[in-house]
Design a protein around this ligand. Sequence first.
Ligand SMILES: Nc1ncnc2c1ncn2[C@@H]1O[C@H](COP(=O)(O)OP(=O)(O)OP(=O)(O)O)[C@@H](O)[C@H]1O
Ligand SMILES: O=c1[nH]c(=O)c2[nH+]cn([C@@H]3O[C@H](COP(=O)(O)O)[C@@H](O)[C@H]3O)c2[nH]1
Ligand SMILES: NC(=O)CC[C@H](N)C(=O)O
Ligand SMILES: [Mg+2]
Length: 536
Amino acid sequence: MEQAAAKHKGNTVVVLDFGSQYTHLITRRVRQLGVCSVCLIGNAPLSTIASYAPSLIILSGGPHSVHEHGSPSLPPSFFDYTVEHSITVLGICYGLQLIVKVLGGHVKPALSQEYGRMEVQPVPGSALFGDGPLCTRLSVWMSHGDEAVELPNGFTVACKSMQGGIGAIENPSQHIYGLQFHPEVTHTLRGIEILKQILFNVCNIKADWKMQDVLEEQLKLIQSTIGPTEHAICALSGGVDSTVAATLVHKAIGERLHCVFVDNGLLRYKERERVMSTFEKELHLPVTCVDASEKFLSKLKGVTDPEEKRKMIGREFICTFDEFALKLERELGKKPSFLVQGTLYPDVIESCPPPGSGKGHSHTIKSHHNVGGLPKEMQLKLVEPLRWLFKDEVRKLGELMNVPVGFLKRHPFPGPGLAVRILGDVTQGDALEIIREVDEIFINSLKEAGLYDSIWQAFAVFLPVKTVGVQGDRRSHSNAVALRAITSEDGMTADWYQFDPKFLADVSAKVCNSVRGVNRIVYDITSKPPATVEWE
Ligand SMILES: Nc1ncnc2c1ncn2[C@@H]1O[C@H](COP(=O)(O)OP(=O)(O)OP(=O)(O)O)[C@@H](O)[C@H]1O
Ligand SMILES: O=c1[nH]c(=O)c2[nH+]cn([C@@H]3O[C@H](COP(=O)(O)O)[C@@H](O)[C@H]3O)c2[nH]1
Ligand SMILES: NC(=O)CC[C@H](N)C(=O)O
Ligand SMILES: [Mg+2]
């Protein structure tokens, strides 16, 4: 992405992150409009920002209040730099409030907070909304408790909320703008049009961002990072991300790439056999399968804390990769020095270090095993070519490299596997066997009903509770299992899937009739937020 941005100098958008849950969405929307966009931490040094030669800098929203002591702010002399280089600045929510505060206006807690859908009315002839189709009452999404009450010199109100609050501000001569609402969320009905107006009319940016560019630039970057003689290992899971990453690196360095698939004992029904056969027959990638199931399961015995589990799995993966590297060293006479992983942008965002660590403003949700769970003493250097991309972008990249479409449509499966789908101790009783069977029935039923592709992810969860049932006139005291199916764009937010009740009834009957040890099925009807996709 760094290289990609270099090529788009003058047509790049830098998003400065102040911890909003929507920062990634801003980056994503801009890229969907064909413009190169990168996200940096809010107080990134000016030199880092300048290295992207942005035409537009967007300041994200955030959970803090600008008047709180120690709340995140902009790097020193930020506006001197943007004005001197005629760079446009757009603040969104917290970003707007920051502009107002830093430039000498006044922000204070609002008497009535605005959360959810609101209406705003642009001021006719404003630089932001013009006199055309956007100069009409707009239905927007707000989420703020503070408000700007006094604007800095040179600023005017560009739109007002129906409650009389400020909806947008502007200072066109200095190219500084602010929106109190969120144009990036779909609930702001004409949000995309507003972003287009800013990118293409206010900033005159050219839409020259294409997936083909990412492919070519990543190939060059991988070649220069790994060098002409070094070897790399790729941790291949059978999932979309690592397969696309492996295909990319294989294109870049050929047989110096050595793929390893780890059977950690936490895989789905017959997953090992299926994955190995697909790699060989359809993808033609050389892969070694390492059976480390006993090691993983013995380490996990008795571990019940979700974060503990994730960190332990992260450590065991790395140990396994290190051992594989040693084995290769004996065979090749040279030790591989790089580890390729299919880490995606959402993995990175959600594993962000907590505020106060000086590394990020968002909260840690859970440590994705391949990001937050990695040990510090790791010997292999990481190569993560998909680190800046979202899932749908990775699927497009895969298509460009002719990875079979059926494979690219696979539902995501987390690296810690069934360990985060068995609540509590993974090794309890028959939990692993039970969850494998239920999951297989559920997924096959989805495929048979033609629903698999319209669902982003579906799976079963083993609940460590026993409930009373009656089966064959006998009392049973067996496990309850939960089913989860969600729709999502990128796994960052999700909604539960509304099945026809008959479908759920059929799956429930099939499971209780054929899986020993289960007498109750529940269906998870929680979106993300407030829940996450996986239960741990
Ligand atoms: N069983 C495994 N063997 C080797 N590497 C693994 C395994 N499971 C996960 N990994 C590594 O961890 C990374 C993250 O896993 P994750 O499940 O997010 O991605 P994926 O499996 O590649 O794609 P998907 O999200 O579609 O399942 C993988 O890209 C891969 O590098
Ligand atoms: O590579 C991964 N390593 C992990 O540790 C991990 N945990 C969750 N997931 C997957 O990420 C998406 C969002 O999941 P959550 O809402 O549960 O965080 C969903 O698609 C999850 O399946 C993981 N992927
Ligand atoms: N969404 C936001 O950026 C909120 C900004 C600030 N925390 C407020 O409540 O006003
Ligand atoms: Mg996976």
